[in-house]
Ligand binder design. Structure first.
Ligand SMILES: [Zn+2]
Length: 535
């Protein structure tokens, strides 16, 4: 049996104790936390506890059942006071009965420690001088508070924590941190929409950030600073010098190290009370559901479409909200997919392939651009977690930072959308789509129409090396009116073969069977021609 509850009445420890009686139990341990008359040099007159109850009870019950399972104890319970408390009153009680005393001690300590760390409870202290202030639960959770609790027990000698002495290692780490500054959320809590209850919501939230790059860095920094309870960081890449102009959380000396670990270190330094977890691999269909299942909200900070669609499908199926952003040169877009809302596939029924829109490496980017969009993602995430008004919903936000123009595109849930039906495996790799030629004229002779999908300015620099060809820029080819209709077998050509392959895949899906992509693109032709290499 395990319970967690709140009470506005005085805690009746004798009555609670009888609930834990069990003829098989040989030991009983309890802990009482009392209201003391001082804190950090202030004389405290009385205090108030406030809890975000639905979440707090859920988390509290989780902790108690974890303790029962972990230590194999028979019964455990925890009761926390809320409301106004006088000096000397009991604020929290934990009781555990077990077959043996060792498990009872351990489970009792586990419960109080975890409750202090994880349960969204807020304390407002009223001081002798008439001032008052919210003391965040991180402060309760911070080692200085543990230290005070244990000292309190030592000083007065009537503590009810029948626990073994603290393990030396725990004591050392506690003492090492005594006096260390603690996170202070007063600036955001001062907003009436946030307050203590909002802070507790943030504290109880678990957010997974996919990608620790240009978008991820501001997202991670702001969410860690805001006191999100658990932050998961996913990135399979290592830091490169070319990342640093936009990924401002890292240092040149970090080059070569896994970004998820670097980011996690940074979070620990920024806010030690965030439970940060790093995953140094790429999100893939084998690991996505397990990982996402451990979080309440997902933020997409990736730069590739296959991951975005994988995330989309997985989150639609698991019913988790995702905040998506994409950046292309000076502009970007933002979309939130929630349970029941339009998803990426509703908006882009023909899944955009990697390569259609260039990533930062190919297209180029100025650092603040992903910074702006990552900031927007962090803000939308907090709006969602705090349940603030004005959340982006049913719309795709497109922001051009060069012109500072904003447009909103309505998104509608498509009844035919496969994303909602089932977790769809990513589309199979292309086979037989790519063909190689040593020259485009040979391709033409072999019966191909040549269509160069590059932009006009690219052709000015490097014209299509063919005597017979057409230029249809990619967007026009895929989305222009009237729709592209090949007369005969068509070979799509671009600079590297990546955009043309993605385009060929899309056209194939529309039923155009005779569309192919030139492997390696014009660059490969050039190389072959200038180096006189045989094919
Ligand atoms: Zn959909």
């Amino acid at each position: 049996m395990g319970t967690f509850s709140f009470t506005r009445e005085k805690i009746n420890e004798a009555g609670l104790r009888t609930q834990l009686l069990d003829p098989t139990a040989g030991g009983y341990a309890s802990f009482e936390g009392w209201v003391r008359n001082h804190n950090e040099g202030h004389a405290v007159r009385h205090l108030e506890y406030e809890a975000f109850e639905p979440l707090a009870i859920k988390e509290g019950e989780r902790i108690v059942s974890e303790a029962i399972k972990r230590f194999g104890v028979e019964h455990a319970a925890c009761v926390h006071r809320i409301g106004d408390l006088a000096i000397g009153e009991m604020a929290v009680w934990v009781g555990v009965s077990a077959r043996h005393r060792a498990e009872a001690f351990a489970a009792c300590r586990y419960i109080i420690d975890e409750v202090k760390h994880r349960v969204p409870i807020w304390k407002k202290e009223h001081y002798e001088n008439g001032d008052s202030g919210w003391v965040n639960c991180e402060r309760c959770a911070a080692p200085s508070a543990h230290h005070e609790h244990s000292r309190e027990l030592d000083d007065h000698g009537h503590g009810h924590e029948h626990d073994a002495p603290l393990a030396a290692a725990t004591l050392a780490s506690i003492h090492a941190r005594v006096g260390a500054p603690v996170p202070d959320y007063s600036r955001q809590m001062a907003l009436k929409e946030v307050g203590a209850a909002g802070q507790a919501k943030l504290r109880a939230s678990r957010v997974l950030v996919i990608g620790c790059g240009g978008l991820g860095v501001p997202v991670i920094s702001y969410l860690a600073g805001a006191g999100i309870g658990r932050l998961g960081l996913v990135d399979g890449d290592r830091l490169e010098p070319s990342n640093l102009h936009r990924q401002t959380m890292y240092a040149l000396a970090d080059v070569g190290k896994p970004k998820a670990e670097l980011a996690a270190d940074r979070v620990r330094a920024l806010n030690p009370d965030v439970d940060v977890r790093s995953y140094t691999y790429r999100l893939a269909s084998e690991n996505a559901s397990d990982l996402i299942g451990q979080y309440d909200l997902v933020i997409d900070c990736t730069d590739n479409f296959s991951t975005k669609f994988l995330l989309n499908d997985c989150c639609v199926q698991l019913g988790k909200p995702v905040v998506f952003a994409s950046v292309y040169q000076y502009e970007g877009q933002l979309q939130i997919v929630r349970p029941g809302s339009a998803c990426l596939r509703c908006v882009w029924p023909e899944a955009t392939r990697d390569g259609i829109v260039g990533n930062c490496a190919e297209a180029g980017v100025l650092g603040p651009v992903p910074g702006v969009f990552g900031g927007l993602q962090a803000f939308e995430a907090m709006k969602l977690l705090l349940d603030l008004p004005g959340q982006l919903s049913g719309e795709l936000l497109v922001l051009d930072l060069l012109t500072l123009s904003i447009s909103r595109v309505r998104t509608k849930r498509a009844t035919s959308c496969p994303g909602h039906a089932a977790l769809r495996a990513m589309l199979p790799e292309s086979t037989g789509l790519e063909v190689g030629f040593d020259s485009l004229d040979h391709a033409y002779d072999a019966g191909f129409d040549i269509v160069d999908v590059r932009e006009p300015h690219e052709l000015q620099e490097l014209p299509t090396p063919a005597s017979q060809s057409r230029n249809i820029p990619l967007a026009q080819l895929l989305y222009g009116e009237p729709a592209f209709k090949p007369v005969r077998r068509t070979l799509l050509v671009c600079a590297t073969g990546r955009r043309s392959l993605a385009a060929a895949q899309q056209l194939r899906e529309r039923g155009l069977a005779d569309v192919f992509s030139l492997r390696g693109g014009v660059q490969a032709l050039e190389t072959r021609l200038t180096r006189q290499e045989p094919v």
